[in-house]
Design a protein around this ligand. Structure first.
Ligand SMILES: NC(=O)c1ccc[n+]([C@@H]2O[C@H](COP(=O)([O-])OP(=O)(O)OC[C@H]3O[C@@H](n4cnc5c(N)ncnc54)[C@H](OP(=O)(O)O)[C@@H]3O)[C@@H](O)[C@H]2O)c1
Length: 329
């Protein structure tokens, strides 16, 4: 039987391994649609999947990769046919269902999005879950009345995957974006992708969380979470909104009720994984149209092959990433 390459993580007793193996179609999980994967990407969750105690992978051996885009080889579902270009991200992909770090993937039809007109497969995976999450964050801010006229919008973790896309999308829509980063050296990059100004992480959170601070931003996209989020909430303008998607700085957010009850601040939870299909299609369609960042190529930090992945995956866990790492299969 024909074999193909996949990155496999395995854990047997104390032994943990990450390597490229040859699989057959019989190794793939159930699903109606067989896809020849062309691109995947590296997300924070993928890096966690490649370490022994990352708490992402449910069963071993396993093929990670929460994002994939490719061409349909065969489909048992009438919604898709051979030759269709498709995107599959989220749900159980790369968590309990073999993911995108594989030349072939078999995916349930209800998890698949047709590639929207206006995007190539490569662009879709440059965007990936990080860009989708940023776009969903912006959509939620829009739905809550945030407009460019309301004032500056802060993007936390701005050089990261979610952050970079939030900067690009918001600036494309005419917002004045202030980028918060721990990487002073990336000022030129942030400016290029659309940031009007930069603040250091310490300017957002100086180690002290105040009940209420100076009202600096109309809204924020926050993939960082933790104590910096508590500090950020106290600096949001009256009636503003914060879209929170991540936990890079921790899971505990020691805020008080004051931003909410004295300034009417909205805390908007962003989940890309089980976001309903209607919203998912809306977000991808906007990513192919008015949300499409002008500098998609700039956001690609690196394009790697499967063979390079074992060395590349840990970099996100060290907060060293800038933009997106694209995987070509
Ligand atoms: N809710 C969802 O559906 C969803 C979807 C995708 C991702 N996420 C989550 O969103 C987060 C970001 O994902 P990503 O793919 O963008 O990761 P990433 O590329 O690693 O970006 C994270 C960025 O956060 C900043 N950062 C790192 N450590 C920090 C700290 N201690 N304090 C403040 N900022 C820090 C860094 O940017 P600077 O150096 O520029 O500050 C870093 O580049 C992760 O927690 C991920 O799990 C959630």
């Amino acid at each position: 039987m024909q074999t193909f390459n996949a990155l496999v993580v395995n854990k047997e007793e104390e032994q943990f391994s990450v390597d490229i193996q040859q699989l057959t179609l019989n190794d793939l999980p159930e699903g109606e649609v067989l896809i020849r994967v062309q691109y995947s990407g590296v997300n924070y969750k993928d890096s966690l999947a490649a370490i022994p105690n990352g708490n992402i992978v449910k069963n071993y051996p396993f093929v990670p990769g929460i994002d994939l885009a490719g061409v349909v080889v065969s489909s048992e579902d009438p919604r898709f046919k051979e030759g269709d270009e498709v995107i599959a991200t989220s749900y159980e992909i790369g968590v309990s269902h073999f993911g995108g770090y594989s030349e072939y993937a078999r995916i349930p039809a209800q998890w698949i999005v047709p590639l929207p007109t206006g995007l190539t497969l490569k662009e879709a995976m440059t965007i990936g879950t990080a860009g989708f999450t940023a776009a969903l964050s912006v959509l939620r801010l829009e739905d809550n009345g945030v407009t460019p006229e309301k004032g500056k919008v802060l993007v936390a973790g701005a050089t990261g995957g979610v952050g970079s896309f939030a900067v690009s999308i918001l600036s494309k829509l005419g917002f004045e974006v202030e980028a918060s980063t721990g990487k002073e050296s990336e000022a030129a990059y942030l400016k290029k992708i659309g940031a009007a100004s930069m603040v250091s992480r310490e300017e957002v959170y100086d180690g002290k969380i105040r009940a209420l601070g100076k009202q600096k931003w109309a809204a924020a996209v926050d993939p960082v979470g933790g104590e910096p989020l508590a500090s950020l909430l106290s600096q949001i303008q009256y009636g503003g909104s914060v879209a929170v998607s991540g936990l890079t700085a921790g899971t505990s957010v020691p805020t008080s009720v004051f931003p909410f009850i004295l300034r009417g601040v909205n805390l908007l939870g962003i989940d890309s994984v089980y976001c309903d299909m209607e919203t998912r299609l809306k977000v991808w369609n906007r990513l192919a149209a008015d949300f499409k960042p002008a500098y998609l190529e700039e956001v690609i930090q690196r394009e790697v092959t499967l063979n390079e992945l074992p060395e590349v995956l840990p970099t996100l866990l060290k907060g060293q990433a800038r933009g997106r790492i694209l995987v070509k299969l």
